[in-house]
Design a protein around this ligand. Structure first.
Ligand code: ZN
Length: 255
């Protein structure tokens, strides 16, 4: 069970804070990097079992669905020096970790007293997350990944609710110009064949954003045609007739 450092799997609000912090750290010549972001339920269970039912050092106090990592709102920052990860906090380096926490506080990122590298989004309650009260404004990169983790988990404790309570608004009428000013000239681009790489399916939306209604869910490996790009979204033609059917997040399409 490998570590996940995919920034798109973090909640966008938290992701933005992480990016600001990484910028601060770079400016201050502090060699920290994100060691781990989102964590799957299986990996959390595996880490939790260390020192309990499996050999190894104790690395977490949190069982499955009880770590902020599992909701994409926590990340571990570790020193990366000469191509190696380092948890060293002795001597001069003790100050570096203090600096990490100082910069983190500016962006509303909160440490845990017992886990030096860990930073999580301030003001969130684990019990709320476990009930499915996720932070507002989640995007598909975050939501699709969390959805996959939830649907693949059938163990105990039970998984939290799916992150589907995203804000919705009516789709634009077909002839209306796209709201997104980043939209490139869709018609002038060549049509590209693509395949859905999300194991549990990929949502097709009425527009290029999570605020648009879900029209249908494409199945894993389904072939589609990409008519154009709008930011991180691809405009999709399902039948290959050159007519747009909706938008999918490009992170789960392979061309
Ligand atoms: Zn952590």
């Amino acid at each position: 069970m490998t570590r996940n450092t995919v920034m798109e799997h973090l909640h966008p609000t938290f992701r933005h804070k992480v990016e600001l912090l990484l910028q601060d750290l770079a400016n201050a010549n502090l060699p920290f990097r994100v060691f781990e972001g989102f964590r799957s339920p299986l990996r959390q269970r595996d880490l939790y079992s260390q020192s309990r039912t499996k050999p190894g050092p104790r690395v977490t106090n949190a069982d499955t669905w009880s770590s902020m990592h599992q909701y994409g709102v926590a990340a571990d920052f570790v020193l990366y020096i000469d191509g190696k990860w380092s948890w060293d906090d002795s001597g001069e380096r003790k100050k570096w970790w203090q600096q990490l926490h100082k910069h983190a506080a500016k962006h509303g990122l909160q440490p845990l007293s017992w886990e030096l590298p860990h930073l999580q989004m301030q003001g969130l309650q684990l019990a709320q997350l476990q009930r499915g009260n996720y932070p507002a404004d989640g995007d598909d990169g975050w939501a699709e990944n969390l959805q996959q983790a939830i649907t693949r988990w059938s163990g105990s404790p039970a998984a939290p609710p799916l992150p589907e309570a995203l804000p919705t608004r009516p789709p634009l009428p077909p002839e209306a110009p796209a709201a997104d000013t980043n939209t490139t000239a869709l018609a002038s681009q060549p049509v590209i064949k693509a395949r859905v790489t999300a194991r549990d399916g990929l949502r097709l939306r009425a527009g290029p954003g999570t605020s648009f209604d879900i029209k249908t869910t494409l199945v894993s490996n389904q072939q589609v045609f990409v008519l154009g790009q709008s930011g991180k979204w691809s405009q999709i033609d399902l039948q290959g007739d050159g007519l747009a059917d909706g938008y999918c997040h490009s992170g789960y399409l392979a061309t």
